[in-house]
Design a binder for this molecule. Structure first.
Ligand SMILES: Cc1ncc(COP(=O)(O)O)c(C=O)c1O
Length: 435
């Protein structure tokens, strides 16, 4: 079998069916900074940062060197042992963790970090049973986290998933009943309080939420709602879990969304951007909470020393290169350009942030806000043809979101090119009458 036959057979033998439109999935062979290359040698500007994970651009030599140096020493140690990068990383995270989030635990995937957070919350509220989540949240694809996420139509796993209680959250672009954002926020806080008191049987362990809803439509929750939830948790002794897997390590323009909003949860998850391209995730927990006892949380590869060494180098690089400031600067530039583009391209209904957590919602009509689904998938396809990978969101029933979230250390020219291409493809889509 030659290499192209091998690749073809590999493609046809994967257990994950390609999603509609993904049949011609790009095969990536190389990445550097904000650029990736496919197996035909084509170059793309990656505005997805590979699922918003390469906050520091891909293959940064400081990260690769640290990982290789660690590989020469030891690549695997089971959780019964400490390793140097484990302890170094933990000390480093303590220096930058918000408030009293001084206890740190690790795993390799965001979904498992969320499960770890839920387990620790349960451990600290014995006798209580319920975890409340927001209706458009996304927390992962393990059995538990999928159940905690926006409900999947025809979800085949329902019979073996734990149950969560979902509450509504404010949506500044689509507030309920013609309310304004602040009234919507107040209404949702009062519904949350009602749910804790009367909407569930028994006590509530935790409220788990993303500070900015990521995959569920990129919704920037109003500060009044974030503060109100914190206050309600304090009043009812409920643990507040913030899932920062998507917002952590500079994406919002601060190291964590907790810093950006000035609110400290009781447990916070992190993932994606921490590993500099290596798999790593985990939780930071308040030192007021009890820790896990032996055996309550341990995964064979959960403390992968190579990823930890890479993470130490990644955090050093994020700080040394002032990537939080770069996120703010690129984000401000992108937002200003997007507003200019929106003057010409009526498909743009809304522009969202903060920092380089940037997206636009495409709508058929600015008054009705009806999602422009075909236009959004055309933006992706036409972007690919022009060498730019835009993020899309087909989750949470919308599917009309375009995300422009390159690595935080992309150049001004790259940011500008991405926006030129976006402007261009929106123009051609409008000219073709697609919405
Ligand atoms: C907020 C949030 N939580 C959890 C996850 C799950 O992370 P992973 O895919 O690493 O399991 C994601 C991934 O997109 C996420 O955005």
């Amino acid at each position: 079998m030659n290499i192209s036959q091998q690749l073809e057979r590999g493609k046809r033998s994967l257990v994950h069916d390609p999603r509609e439109g993904d049949d011609n999935k790009i095969t990536l062979v190389r990445a550097k900074g904000s650029l990736v290359w496919d197996d035909t040698g084509r170059e793309y500007l990656d505005c997805t940062s590979q699922a918003w994970s390469n906050n520091l651009g891909a293959n940064d030599p400081r990260v690769i060197d640290a990982a290789i140096a660690q590989m020469r020493e030891i690549t695997h140690a089971r959780p019964n042992f400490n390793t140097i990068p484990l302890l170094q990383l933990t000390a480093k995270l303590r220096e930058i963790s918000p408030g009293d989030l001084n206890r740190i635990g690790y795993c390799l995937h965001g979904s498992l970090a969320v499960e770890m957070a839920i387990k620790l919350a349960y451990k600290n509220r014995p006798g209580r049973h319920n975890v409340i989540v927001l209706q458009d949240s996304y927390h992962g694809r393990s059995l538990t986290t999928m159940a905690a996420s926006w409900p999947h139509p025809n979800n085949p796993f329902l019979p073996i998933q734990p149950r969560f209680t979902r509450v509504p959250h404010p949506d500044p672009y689509r507030p309920r009943l013609g309310l304004d954002v602040e009234e919507d926020s107040k209404l949702c806080l009062s519904l949350l309080e009602d749910t804790i008191m009367k909407g569930v049987d028994g006590g509530v362990v935790a409220i788990m939420m993303e500070p900015i809803l990521g995959n569920g439509g990129h919704i920037e929750l109003p500060l009044s709602f974030l503060k109100g939830v914190r206050e309600i948790c304090d009043r009812f002794g409920v643990i507040l879990i913030w899932d920062e897997i998507q917002s952590c390590f500079g994406r919002t323009g601060e190291m964590f969304a907790a810093d950006y909003y000035g609110i400290v949860p009781d447990i916070m998850t992190f993932g994606k951007g921490i590993g500099g391209g290596f798999p790593l995730a985990g939780i930071m927990a308040s030192d007021r909470l009890d820790n896990f006892d032996a055996g309550e949380d341990a995964l064979t590869f959960g403390q992968f020393p190579v990823a930890m060494a890479a993470a130490v180098a990644t955090i050093d690089a994020i700080i040394a290169d002032d990537l939080c400031k770069k996120a703010r600067d690129h984000g401000a530039y992108a937002t200003q350009r997007l507003h200019e583009i929106a003057d010409r391209r009526k498909l743009i209904g809304n522009i969202r942030g903060p920092g380089l957590f940037v997206s636009i919602e495409l709508v058929k009509d600015r008054k009705t806000k009806e999602p422009a689904l075909r236009a959004a998938s055309e933006v992706y396809k036409r972007g690919v043809k022009k060498g730019v990978l835009f993020g899309e969101s087909r989750y949470a029933g919308l599917g009309n979101l375009i995300k422009i979230k390159p690595p935080l250390d992309c150049t001004h020219e790259q940011m500008s090119l991405a926006l030129d291409v976006l402007d261009d493809v929106l123009g051609s889509i409008e000219a073709d009458g697609i919405a």
